[in-house]
Every structure is written in C-alpha cells, then in structure tokens.
Design a protein around this ligand. Structure first.
Ligand code: PLP
Length: 398
C-alpha cells in the first residue's frame, strides 16, 4: 500500500523510543519508575463511576446528538458561567472524544493548506502534528525561560503574518506548568485587537490543577476576544478521567457548527456513558479537587527542592499542571559510566533510563531543549526513590 503524502508530514513521537525502551526494561523485570505519565495517578472518584453504572442500567447506551447530550452541554454551560464568567448558549458548545478530538475538529474545520498556526514553545506534543495533518503550518515562538517560558506581546507581533489563522495558548501549560496572569493575557489581547482575522485556541485542560494563583480563562480575561476564542477543556486531568474520553469546547456558533460537521462524519457522539458520567463530574461536589491539588502541591514542592540540589540541574517552580521542566544543559557533553557522550536532552533522558531506571520525557518532544519533563502524577514514595536514583546517576557523569 502506498500511504498518503500527509503521513510523511507527521513526525513520529520523540517519546516513543524512550517509552518503548522503558516498557521493555519492565518486561525484563527491571524496577523502572515512570515519571513520564501525562495522566493523574488518582482514580476516578466513586460518585462519577456510580453515575456511569447507573447510566448503563438506565439504558443510556444509544447514539446521542453528535455534539453531546443536552444534559451534559447544560452542565458545561453552567460550569463555564459559574467558574469562568463565560456565557455560552448550548449551540456554542460541543462535546468530543477527549480534548484531543476537539482540537482536531477545530483545525480540520478551519485550516486551508498553508494557513499558519502560532504555537508557543514549549508546547504539548500533539499541536504541531494536528496542524500538519490538517495541512496547516505550525509557526513556533519560544517563550523565554526567564519569563517562565511564556510569550510576550512582542514575540507574538513578530510571528503574525497574513496567513495566521490561530494562536494556541495553553495555561496551565504542559510541559512547564506555567500560567498566564490576567494582565499577560490582556497584553496578548492588545496585539490581537489589531488582527481581526486571528482566532485564539485556549487549551485550559489543566484549569483545576493550579497552586497559589488564580486561574483565568483567556476569554474571561479578554472579553473583547470572546467571539474569536475557542475555549477548550475536558474532564481527563481534573477529574482523573483520561480513559473516559470526554473533552469539550465553547466558542462562536459558526465555528462550533463547523466542528460538529467534521465530527458527524468521523466519530459522531462521544461515548454516551462517559457523557453521563462527565455531567455528574461537573455538577457534583468539587471538594475532592482541592484535596488532590494539595497532594500535587506537596509533590511539586518536594521534586523542585530536590532537583535543585542536584549539581548542574536547575528547575523553576511551576504554578500548575503536574509537570516540572528542569534545565539540563550542564549535563550535555558529559560522559556516562559506559563512556558515551551525552549530546542532547534525548541522550540525557536515555541515560536516566539506563543508569537510574527512571523514565522522563526529553525537551525535544516539546520543541524546547535542553530540558526534560518529569511528571509528578505518581506517589510521593516513588518520586522520592526516583530523585534519589537521578541524583546518584547524575553524580556518576564525568
Ligand atoms: N491538551 C493538553 C495540554 C494535554 O496535555 C492533553 C493530554 O495530555 C490534552 C489536551 C488531551 O486531553 P484529552 O485526554 O482530553 O484528549
């Protein structure tokens, strides 16, 4: 079979080699600790699971409307209104199979060949590839580490061309955990006011995993861009529901309807049972979110403190999500005990896997090197053991 040209545009995931190797090591009986997970280690709360079981018993097992049940869309509209001060009508909301499908729908529905999408780096691995699949062109702007990896209005101005269709924002960010303040969003708004054809795709999936700071939805901070913003969210991260595959978005009616058209000829509705469970997640008692965030915060405090005690490693304190993104330049050029020279952050990640038996993700996956991403969505005991091993391995480099 000769495959489509578009396939050659998609880069294989740079994390695949490391995760395949980690898996193989585990099969060989090695005690590999994975700090590479992009999902909470917590289980889905029982009241959400019970809602799914009840939905099955009640026969909610048929197709639903392509864009989601009215019950779930109403719960989403309430969530947007109560938590984000955003008022969306039901025809301005779409539910998909994870935020991933929502993003995919948005790009497929709007990009013509060569249309540009501005993606601040470091970025979540899937944005550029989704844009490429939709035959658009990802345009990267690097956020400076000194600015917590966030872009400035000037960076944005320089990247805009007459082909720019979207600016993608992701706060709290994967992989850095940075968040944009209201004022930082508004500085971006000032730039975009002069470019009425550019839309903002604001991926807010880590909204509830945030420490010490107040979260702002982009459209909430920048009301003048409400009609040009697609606010993307989902239950995967906050509610520990990655496997249930429910993401959603609020946005302009014509855009939502275009996205629905794409979805209607691909997957149709998201799983009916998951939709019932997601509605209960959004409507139910939210207290457990605070408890879980406190737990993530304790881990973050520990991991940042310990990483900064490792000679050659520097790690900023993230404000949200469950990742840290330490700088590892000092280790580039060093020799491993096996005599190999570490040339890239991918080599460094491989070294940590080989010599510390700890799996992390190299910064190259997120378009910003030399860094590694460590996820602390695992128990504090595992994190402590992993840090002990990383420290020991790093001290063996010459
Ligand atoms: N957006 C970001 C920034 C993510 O990190 C992820 C998952 O890792 C997603 C979207 C996709 O989430 P979902 O599970 O809802 O498809």
């Amino acid at each position: 079979m000769k495959f489509a040209d578009r396939l050659s545009q998609i880069k294989p995931s740079p994390t695949l080699t490391i995760s395949a190797k980690a898996r193989a090591m585990k099969v060989d009986g090695k005690d590999v600790i994975s700090l590479s997970a992009g999902e909470p280690d917590f289980d889905t709360p029982d009241f959400i699971k019970d809602a799914a079981i009840q939905a099955i018993k009640d026969g909610q097992t048929k197709y639903t409307s392509v864009d989601g049940t009215t019950y779930l869309k109403s719960a989403i509209a309430d969530k947007f209104r109560d938590e984000n001060n955003l008022n969306y009508d039901l025809d301005q909301i779409i539910v998909g199979t994870g935020a991933k499908q929502i993003l995919f729908n948005a790009f497929l529905a709007t990009l013509n060949p060569q249309d540009e999408v501005i993606i601040p780096a470091p970025y979540w691995v899937s944005y550029p590839e989704m844009v490429r699949i939709a035959e658009g062109v990802p345009v990267f702007i690097e956020g400076a580490a000194e600015n917590n990896f966030k872009i400035t209005p000037n960076d944005l101005k320089k990247a805009i061309t007459n082909k720019t269709k979207w600016l993608v924002l992701n706060s709290p960010n994967n992989p850095t955990g940075s968040i944009y303040s209201k004022e930082e969003f508004q500085a971006i708004e000032d730039v975009l006011k002069k470019h009425p054809d550019i839309y903002v795709l604001s991926d807010e999936i880590y909204e509830h995993i945030i420490y010490e700071h107040k979260f702002y939805a982009f459209a909430e901070a920048c009301p003048s861009l409400f009609n040009r913003t697609l606010t993307v969210n989902g239950v995967s991260k906050s509610y520990a529901m990655t496997g249930w595959r429910i993401g959603y978005a609020g946005g302009p009616k014509d855009l939502i309807s275009a996205m629905k058209k794409i979805q209607s000829q691909s997957t149709s509705n998201a799983c009916s049972i998951s939709q019932a469970a997601a509605a209960v997640a959004l409507k139910g008692d939210q207290d457990f979110l605070k408890e879980r965030t406190l737990c993530f915060k304790e881990r973050r405090d520990y991991i940042v403190k310990e990483l900064n005690t490792i000679k050659g490693m520097t790690c900023l304190e993230p404000i949200g999500a469950f990742y840290v993104y330490p700088y590892c330049k000092e280790f580039i050029g060093k020799k491993t005990p096996a005599g190999a020279v570490i040339e890239t952050d991918t080599d460094f990640a491989e070294f940590l896997l080989d010599f510390a038996e700890v799996a992390v993700v190299p910064g190259s996956a997120f378009g910003f090197s030399p860094y590694v991403r460590l996820s602390y969505a695992t128990s504090l005991d595992q994190i402590k053991e992993a840090l002990k091993r990383i420290k020991k391995a790093c001290s063996s480099l010459t």
